[in-house]
Design a protein around this ligand. Structure first.
Ligand SMILES: Cc1cc2nc3c(=O)[nH]c(=O)nc-3n(C[C@H](O)[C@H](O)[C@H](O)COP(=O)(O)O)c2cc1C
Ligand SMILES: Nc1ncnc2c1ncn2[C@@H]1O[C@H](COP(=O)(O)OP(=O)(O)O)[C@@H](O)[C@H]1O
Length: 312
């Protein structure tokens, strides 16, 4: 997969794709069905399969101080899109210039002149151009005039309503990772590099691989049964574990992070990229009267997490 970060000066090999347009935060089942549809069109036309996305997310551009809401970083999204067979990722910088393009200019300058897309696929609720003034009918009209195909994908509904990034954020904020999974088609994963902590974990008998969650949507704070993928290095592989997402009230008010104890594992993970999938919410974080009480609770958490994960 090639990542193209601008729509001007695009080389011929990166022009002419059939591309789905959107933010694809989470790459949930709705996104996946749009991508499947785009894949069929791309192979029928013999052109690369593309995604047009924006960085930062337009909401981040318009409200930079709002709490973090993204389900995944741009890097994690790219990784997942690549796994789905996407060949060109147009990760366009969302800035004052792009956001000020009228719907017609967006179609002409970005879709036609810049990327020369053969075909675009969007969801039925797609809006584009300055002030989100353009809708799918406008896009179809521009496509007919400017010479690109347009397909509008139906919005996907799950058992419990529409599959959306918003519904997934809500499920996670309420401690329902399995409901999020049902909409995502995969476990909600938080990716990052293992960073150093207070080196207390090993003394408790529970060394934890710590990760910053800055910039990411915050699921309900507490203890989870988790699946871990070590993405690189000598320990690369998949593991089970228990993680604490939060501020560690036992040890003062700290910045929220994710601390993961990996079962049956020994080794150095500092600096290693890992991916932690939330499977079950076990309990809120607590402040105990003694370290012994915390350790006893961690023993119980791990026993429970082992059972839940073994049953997957
Ligand atoms: C399964 C599990 C449960 C935890 N539960 C709590 C808790 O209830 N309260 C708390 O303050 N910290 C909790 N923690 C966080 C530990 O306090 C923290 O990981 C430990 O102090 C190590 O910190 P360090 O990595 O900075 O050395 C938990 C950690 C794990 C892995
Ligand atoms: N079973 C394990 N689970 C998680 N990390 C482990 C494990 N065994 C060893 N480690 C390593 O130990 C480090 C955590 O030790 P810890 O004492 O909690 O230090 P820190 O406070 O720096 O996180 C991890 O970052 C990782 O490199």
């Amino acid at each position: 997969m090639r990542i193209i970060r601008d729509y001007s000066f695009v080389t011929d090999q990166d022009r002419g794709a059939a591309a789905a347009i959107g933010n694809f935060d989470g790459v949930h089942l709705g996104h996946q069905s749009v991508i499947d549809l785009t894949r069929d069109i791309a192979s029928e036309k013999g052109v690369p399969l593309g995604i047009m996305s924006f960085e930062p997310h337009p909401r981040q551009f318009f409200a930079p101080k709002a709490p973090a809401f993204r389900l995944m970083s741009a890097e994690a999204r790219a990784h997942r899109l690549e796994k789905l067979g996407v060949e060109r990722l147009y990760e366009l910088p969302f800035n004052a210039t792009l956001s000020a393009l009228s719907p017609e200019d967006f179609a002409a300058k970005v879709i036609r002149d810049g990327l020369a897309l053969t075909h675009v696929v969007v969801g039925a609720d797609f809006c584009f151009g300055q002030g989100r003034k353009g809708d799918v009918e406008d896009l179809k009209r521009f496509g007919a005039d400017m010479g690109f195909g347009v397909t509008v994908a139906e919005l996907l509904h799950g058992d419990k309503g529409e599959v959306s990034s918003t519904a997934i954020r809500e499920a996670l904020a309420e401690g329902r990772p399995r409901d999020a999974q049902a909409m995502l088609g995969h476990w909600h994963r938080m990716d990052g590099e293992v960073i150093g902590g207070d080196q207390r974990g090993r003394e408790l008998g529970y060394p934890t691989a710590n990760m910053s969650i800055d910039g990411l949507h915050q699921p309900k704070m507490g203890v989870y049964a988790v699946l871990i993928d070590v993405l690189d290095g000598p320990h690369k592989g998949s593991y089970h574990g228990a993680a604490s997402l939060g501020v560690r009230p036992m040890f003062g008010e700290n910045k929220p992070n994710l601390e993961t104890f990996i079962f049956d594992f020994k080794g150095d993970l500092y600096g290693t990229p890992i991916s932690v999938g939330l499977v079950d919410y076990l309990r809120p974080e607590a402040k105990f009267d003694s370290l012994e009480a915390l350790i006893a609770q961690m023993d119980a958490d791990c026993a429970k997490a082992r059972d839940l994960l073994a049953a997957l």
